[in-house]
Design a protein around this ligand. Structure first.
Ligand SMILES: [Zn+2]
Length: 64
C-alpha cells in the first residue's frame, strides 16, 4: 500500500488527500475553493457594461 498523496490547500495550507473523495482538491473544502475563486473573480470578473442604445439601433435600421 502506498500512502495517499496529499497537497496543500492553496487557501489555508491544510493537507488535502489527493483522492476522488476530495471533491474540492486542491482545496480542503468548498469554502476554501470559494474564497480562492472569489478573490480571482473580484480581480477580473468586471465585465464592462455595454449600453444598448435602442435609438441608435432604430437609426441605423432606418438608414438602410
Ligand atoms: Zn483550506
Amino acid at each position: 500500500m502506498t500512502a495517499p498523496r496529499t497537497v496543500a490547500c492553496p487557501t489555508c495550507g491544510a493537507r488535502v488527500s489527493w483522492t476522488p473523495e476530495s471533491k474540492f482538491r486542491p482545496f480542503c473544502s468548498e469554502r476554501c475553493k470559494t474564497i480562492d475563486l472569489g478573490a480571482w473573480a473580484n480581480e477580473s470578473y468586471r465585465i464592462p457594461v455595454v449600453e444598448r442604445n435602442d435609438e441608435d439601433d432604430a437609426a441605423s435600421t432606418a438608414e438602410k
